[in-house]
Design a protein around this ligand. Structure first.
Ligand code: GDP
Ligand code: MG
Length: 174
């Protein structure tokens, strides 16, 4: 089996780096330079195999204009992240999903998992994204959704596992 490239995407500050580092190193990083794009090579046990995986923690793709030149173009699958206290980031996830599909010859089956991060924040004060709207969108798009917290570790491992589930469902040859 060849190497899988997983791209972690979403607007600046949603927790892409925190989630990636939490997943790979098991801890919440103190600080991560928001402008730096990092790529990690790792192995993930899935099914009966060890898969070689590259995880690209994207940065500075707010405009997603030069898609073809960017790391987004290399992705086999995408974790599209928003933060529950940022409606703009939820809007960006929807835009990004369209863009990813468009750049994959309008193939709606490109594996994408939507992540609602920072779910540790106080629900009363911070839930500025309407969850009903998110649920409806994800249902309509047939996109799995997971609430995570890079801070507490909630569903961090699960989100990468869910993405691999999606790949094996939608891209069985990979
Ligand atoms: P990126 O720009 O998407 O890579 O976001 P970062 O990972 O750099 O995180 C941006 C800010 O959000 C930092 O201050 C993080 O500490 C914070 N952050 C990231 N994930 C979480 C989370 O799950 N919960 C909370 N409360 N803060 C988070
Ligand atoms: Mg970052």
């Amino acid at each position: 089996k060849r190497k899988l490239t997983l791209c972690v995407v979403g607007s600046g500050g949603v927790g892409k780096s925190s989630l990636t580092v939490r997943y790979l190193q098991g801890q919440f990083p103190e600080y991560y330079d928001p402008t730096v794009e990092e790529s990690y090579i790792t192995q993930i046990e899935y099914g009966f195999d060890q898969h070689d995986v590259e995880i690209i923690d994207t940065a500075g793709q707010e405009e997603f204009m030069l898609f073809r030149d960017s790391s987004l173009a290399k992705g086999d699958a995408f974790l599209a992240i928003f933060a529950i206290n940022s409606p703009e980031s939820w809007y960006d996830v929807q835009k990004l999903r369209r863009k990813i599909i468009q750049e994959n010859d309008d193939d709606e089956t490109i594996p994408i998992v939507i992540i609602a991060n920072k779910s540790d924040l106080d629900p009363e004060e911070s839930r500025q994204v309407k969850i009903d709207e998110v649920l409806e969108y994800c249902k309509r798009c047939n996109c799995p959704l997971l609430e995570t917290s890079a801070k507490t570790g909630l569903n961090v491992t699960e989100s990468f596992r869910l993405l691999l589930d999606r790949i094996s469902e939608l891209r069985p040859s990979k």
